[in-house]
Design a protein. Structure first.
Length: 400
């Protein structure tokens, strides 16, 4: 099988990039040939003789909308050439990323839903920059609907995303759900004897919040406000504080002695192994990787219906759930009550953490990647479109 994957980055360091990276790794492991049309590729992938990189040079000095359109036209030209030369069996795109038709479209985010959110940045801050973000989302919402309609099959990263696609008029039989995965070797629980819980005060349960705190989508404001009524809880916040209103909010709420802003961190595995629970009442996610990482680290999670991983939490087997799912991300009182209930029973909290790890082991990256490849094979068997391929060089760089 010869697979072409079109995405801006095939790397470990971001959600969509990581998903594509893992699919490429498993495809190559099984002996398939992979062509990656992208701006960036993890160099280790190119060590495999069956990997080809068609590099589309990024136009770094141009606005993002224009850069993405240049990529969309250039990648479409490459895809047309590959198909004409019969060098690929299947093309997987990611949302709207190219003007070429994709056999598969992996949907990691639905701009048509996000543009309607009351916490979209252009509604919260009416600056010129925020209006640009609004225009960017609106244009992407239009373009992605075109991409969804023309794709042969769609992979949604969560049941939540599938429901959003169906609302856009995509037939549900066209959409398959494959949840994102997690690295269960990078993220793992500490042994009780080795746990060095952060010293943030005596008799304190330590919670963690991680994500972009430069805008209200991740919903740190509700967490901070709830903490006023949860005196036994300390919180560490991982995320860049540049331009963030939340350090001042913690001071205004008089809880700054219990809230510790760590800034941007790369050692999230270490941090997660040394806290008691993960608090993430996000107002909109497609399928949050950070929640999956918390589960793999063996800590309970407090999330919302909007997190995109609800089905993973609610579908967990066993008597002890791995987390709590809130109906309303803005309900400060409900969140405070949930947190108070959890910290009153450390033993139950530990049992929830054990359930978290079990759930994560069922959703590691390899299991996710195998589902993608199985879906590719099923699609090609039904369409009868596998052809005999040619050997290719490891890497080619093309600038149109």
């Amino acid at each position: 099988m010869r697979i072409c994957i079109v995405t801006h980055r095939v790397v470990k360091g971001e959600g969509q990039g990581r998903v594509n990276y893992e699919v490429v790794v498993e495809s190559l492991k099984q002996g398939h040939e992979v062509i990656m049309i992208s701006n960036e590729v993890d160099p280790e992938l190119l060590e495999n003789k069956n990997a080809t990189w068609i590099k589309v040079f990024p136009s770094l000095k141009l606005p993002q909308l224009l850069r993405y359109q240049i990529f969309a036209f250039e990648s479409a030209a490459h895809i047309r050439k590959l198909r004409k030369e019969k060098r690929v069996d299947l093309v997987m795109v990611n949302g709207f990323i190219t003007w070429a038709k994709g056999d598969f479209n992996a949907v990691h985010f639905v701009h048509s839903t996000w543009i309607k959110s009351p916490v979209h940045s252009f509604r919260v801050h009416r600056s010129l920059k925020r209006w640009y973000f609004g225009m960017y989302t609106l244009i992407n919402a239009y373009l992605e609907r075109h991409a969804f309609r023309t794709s042969g099959k769609i992979i949604a990263v969560s049941e939540k995303v599938k429901k959003e696609l169906v609302k856009l008029g995509i037939h549900q039989d066209k959409v398959q759900v494959i949840n994102n995965g997690v690295d269960v070797r990078e993220f793992y629980p500490s042994e009780p004897a080795n746990k060095t819980k952060m010293d943030l005060g005596s008799n304190q349960i330590v919670g963690l919040f991680a994500g972009d705190i430069g805008n209200p989508r991740k919903n740190l404001d509700t967490v901070l406000k709830s903490m006023v009524s949860v005196p036994q809880l300390s919180l560490v916040v991982a995320g860049s504080t540049q331009g963030s209103i939340y350090p001042q909010m913690a001071k205004d709420l008089e809880i700054e002695d219990r809230v510790h802003f760590l800034g941007y961190r790369k050692d999230m595995g270490h941090i997660m192994r040394n806290v008691d629970l993960f608090i993430f009442p996000s107002r909109y996610e497609a399928c949050s990787l950070v929640v999956l990482e918390a589960l793999a680290s063996g800590i309970p999670v407090v999330i919302t219906e909007e997190s995109g991983v609800t089905e993973i939490i609610e579908g967990a087997n066993g008597n002890v759930p791995p987390g709590v799912v809130l109906d309303d991300p803005n309900d400060i009182t409900k969140l405070a009550n949930v947190l108070n209930d959890l910290i009153q029973d450390p033993r139950h909290l530990a049992e929830m953490g054990q359930s978290s790890r079990k759930v994560a082991l069922l959703n590691d990256w390899r299991k996710m990647s195998l589902k993608y490849i199985e879906s590719y094979e099923d699609y090609l068997n039904k369409t009868g479109s596998i052809t005999t391929g040619l050997k290719r060089k490891q890497s080619i760089e093309v600038e149109l």
